[in-house]
Design a binder for this molecule. Structure first.
Ligand code: GUN
Length: 290
């Protein structure tokens, strides 16, 4: 079994980006600028945004965090998005999800200018991805593709089972893996809460990508010997032995699954850092396209 080390892979990507930023600055251009909108006080979201700012600092990007109260209205947020869309000093921005339940996430995503949608969530960018056209690829699926690329994991002709069909992970992941690219060219099955015979299906997977948000859902009896297992899950579980009172748990029962795998990611040093690295890559691309 080999660990897929997203932490060190993302470190290399940040170094590559930092070099490009140094070149941009030495040519007299301003640095790429990422903005993040954070609505409310969700602890995990605050943490994710703080990491994104730290990543920007590390590569030499400018960054701005726009904090809005939990009680902010949908209209308040749409007005903020309109401002960011027209601000020439900002190359790309994200609205951290999930949003408070009184705000319609679809409406918010539709309001983002696709040229600044560095999350790759807008219909235009998802459509371009589906057709293999240049675009901002959704950060988490692209981060996983980058892991396959950097570890030279063979995906061609393999059976890839994607557990979960969310707009931000499962659906775009299934599209990227099925396209005629390398990595890609896999035979993809997308499974979800209504799928029958899930254990058998997972046992037939050469590559199992798990993004269902249920802690330790995938157990050893669901994994084929030699499979590649990618764990996208990250749920905070109370833990009084930890300083901050919680630990992050994935969707895969790592301790019991790992010895069956050829490759496996671990929480939190696997997919999470690669998602953040993809966001930096997209922001650099937005700056270049300006
Ligand atoms: N919440 C969880 N993952 C993501 C992500 O990739 N982008 C945004 N905007 N919110 C998220």
């Amino acid at each position: 079994m080999q660990l897929l080390d997203g932490k060190s892979c993302s470190e290399k990507i940040r170094q590559e980006i930092a070099k490009e930023v140094a070149e941009i600055k030495s040519n007299g251009d301003r640095a790429p600028h990422l903005a993040a909108v954070l609505v409310g006080n969700d602890g995990a979201s605050q943490n994710y945004v703080a990491f994104k700012v730290k990543d920007c600092d590390e590569v030499g990007f400018n960054s701005t965090v726009i904090r809005m109260e939990e009680t902010a209205t949908e209209q308040n947020l749409l007005e903020k998005i309109a401002e960011l869309n027209s601000n020439d000093k900002i190359d790309g921005f994200i609205v951290q999800l999930p949003l408070p339940s009184h705000i319609d996430e679809d409406k918010v995503i539709l309001a983002i200018d696709p040229k600044k949608d560095v999350d790759g969530f807008c219909p235009e960018n998802v459509g371009n991805m589906s057709l293999g056209l240049p675009t901002f690829l959704s950060a988490t699926p692209n981060g996983i593709m980058e892991l396959f690329r950097r570890y030279s994991i063979e995906t061609d002709g393999k059976h890839c089972v994607v557990l979960g069909r969310s707009n931000i992970v499962g659906t775009p992941m299934s599209i990227l893996m099925s396209r005629n690219t390398n990595p890609g060219n896999a035979t993809v099955t997308i499974a979800h809460s209504r799928t029958k015979g899930l254990q058998e299906l997972c046992l037939s997977a050469d590559i199992l990508i798990v993004a269902i948000g249920k802690t330790e859902f995938v157990t050893a009896d669901m994994v084929k010997e030699g499979a590649v297992v990618i764990d996208v899950g990250q749920t905070r579980v109370p833990d009084s032995t930890k300083k901050n009172g919680f630990r992050n748990v994935g969707d895969v029962d790592f301790d019991n699954v790992k010895d069956k795998c050829s490759y496996i990611t671990y929480v939190t040093g696997g997919v999470g850092p690669m998602t953040r690295a993809s966001l930096l890559q997209n922001t650099l691309k937005a700056h270049q396209r300006r």
